[in-house]
Ligand binder design. Structure first.
Ligand code: ATP
Length: 497
């Protein structure tokens, strides 16, 4: 089995992720999260909120519907422009994204090509249907939004939202007032987005219903730039890996050495990088920023870098999130189409705020955690950061007799108040360790015959499989210190020697 198949199999067997409507044969582009996946998803969202909302005391979370009336997405440009170029196989009827077919063949991005260019390139490369070898139809533009009829008579039209961003822009005016006109203003939302993807073949990476966590920061560049400049000064020595449009390879560079980008943009690049390395536990080598070319990025994005992670399961660097400087495009559009003033009063007259958008696909982030964490060598185990893993600690009895199960159950119940804990007694101890390693349980606590004598238990670390023996009375305190990284497992081991 390939790495991807191994991980997918674990995800299905153990309760992380599988295709939705499985018992009816499944439906492409839809996935269900089981008890572990759902917990991992929630943990990621919590850490994302903790991290990004704490960047400023005027950054807040809002909740909005999944459905937008037609006018919202007409104003934003989605009705006219939210399309991909589709080609169909004339023999078997399968549909494909034209740019993806070209990218697979050439290894180079083709996202910027229009349908004529895609048609020409497909002919030039002599491409045929990957499923049956049949010839392709002429490429056509395909709008990816799911349209809806609202109300019983269906005279009102709407859409499932293709991104969460518009929900925030249309609420800017209300929140600006409610928050007493304080700027910069950050409004974040975490919610579902829907895209009728032409060919969803990459698991949770390309779904028709997925989740986004996005933060829109509203500011007036000439007035608020200084605030971000001060923050940027504090992180400008951060080293990141960046691939600029004119470079073939990513290079290591300090943020402060990137001279052609404004500090407010670099500051947010730095904070995104910090989230991936400090919160998601990825290493410098695994994360890079890729600048999008003029052809690739949306016309309203003045600066656009994607954050990419090197993924084994998808064969290389893939977009996980993005940082978009969208200028004043969004509020201008909504002001014009809604006939509502969205400019704000400043000392220099009324100004339409600009937006810098931090955009994250939640499912892609979760998949990146699973991909990077999945170790499948001599031993199979899942290396998830302890703050994110669905199971921080599992408790078991060594054997299923002589009062050990009852004792382990009592310990589990006391731990379950403070940690994400799990208890089990079925199978042999070796099998329990293996099962918990596979799903990323950071620590396994075992109750044995010594426990019944001296009230001590062992704690086993997932990474090294080493064990320490500790008094039951100290267990909560020790686990807390380990989880908060106040003390390492190695330090506890050294103390025991
Ligand atoms: P792609 O080029 O891969 O189609 P995109 O550039 O259109 O993605 P954006 O519109 O920038 O994506 O969306 C923001 C984020 O939402 C992406 O960085 C990604 O993490 C996530 N995302 C986009 N489309 C999907 C999808 N179909 N399934 C899962 N996540 C997605």
């Amino acid at each position: 089995m390939t790495e991807k198949e191994e991980l997918e199999s674990m995800c299905k067997r153990r309760g992380y992720i599988w295709q939705s409507s499985e018992i009816y044969g499944g439906e492409a582009g839809f996935y269900d999260y089981g008890h572990l996946g759902s917990q991992l998803l929630d943990n990621w969202k919590r850490e994302w909120k903790n991290y990004f909302l704490s960047l400023d005391d005027n950054y807040h979370l809002i909740q909005t519907p999944n459905i937008h009336p037609y006018r919202v997405l007409d104003a934003s440009g989605h009705v006219d422009h939210f399309s991909d170029v589709m080609v169909r196989c004339e023999q078997c009827g399968s549909s494909f994204r034209g740019d993806h077919l070209i990218e697979e063949e050439t290894g180079e991005s083709a996202e910027w090509m229009d349908k004529e260019e895609i048609g020409g390139k497909i002919k030039e490369l002599g491409l045929s249907c990957p499923d049956c070898g049949g010839p392709f139809s002429d490429p056509e533009d395909f709008n990816m939004m799911f349209g809806l009829d609202l109300g019983p008579t269906g005279e009102k039209k709407g859409f499932l939202r293709p991104e969460t961003a518009q929900s925030v822009y249309i609420n800017f005016r209300r929140e600006f007032r409610a928050l007493r006109k304080k700027m910069p203003l950050g409004l974040a939302t975490i919610g579902s987005a829907f895209r009728n993807e032409i060919s969803p073949r990459q698991g949770v990476f390309r779904m028709r219903e997925f989740r986004q966590a996005e933060m829109q920061i509203f500011f007036v560049p000439e007035i608020h730039e200084e605030i971000f400049e001060e923050r940027y000064e504090m992180i400008k020595d951060t080293k990141v890996k960046v691939k600029r449009v004119d470079q073939d390879e990513a290079v290591e560079i300090k943020l402060g050495e990137i001279e052609d980008l404004p500090p407010f943009y670099l500051y947010h690049l730095g904070k995104m990088y910090e989230f991936y390395t400090k919160v998601m536990g990825l290493s410098f080598e695994e994360v890079r920023f890729r600048e999008l070319s003029e052809d690739e990025k949306a016309f309203y994005n003045k600066i656009h870098f994607d954050l990419e992670i090197d993924l084994d399961t998808l064969g290389g660097w893939e977009e996980i999130s993005g940082l978009h400087y969208r200028s004043d495009y969004d509020l201008k559009q909504h002001q014009e189409e809604s006939n509502t003033k969205l400019s704000i009063p400043t000392e220099e007259g009324r100004k339409i705020p600009h937006v810098i958008e931090l955009s994250f696909g939640v499912d892609r982030n979760v998949w990146a955690l699973l991909d990077r964490g999945f170790k499948n060598g001599d031993r199979t185990w899942l290396d998830l950061p302890v703050k994110l893993t669905p199971r921080q600690v599992a408790v078991f009895p060594l054997v299923r007799k002589d009062g050990l199960p009852e004792k382990s159950r009592d310990i589990y119940e006391s731990l379950n108040r403070d940690f994400r804990a799990h208890w089990e007694k079925s199978g042999s101890i070796g099998k329990r360790y293996a099962r918990n390693d596979e799903v990323g349980t950071r620590y396994c606590v075992t109750v044995d015959y010594d426990t019944m004598e001296d009230d001590s238990v062992t704690i086993r670390d997932i990474e090294t499989t080493e064990q320490i023996r500790v008094p039951v009375n100290d267990l909560t305190m020790i686990l807390r210190r380990l989880i908060e990284r106040e003390k390492s497992f190695e330090q506890y081991m050294e103390e025991q020697d």
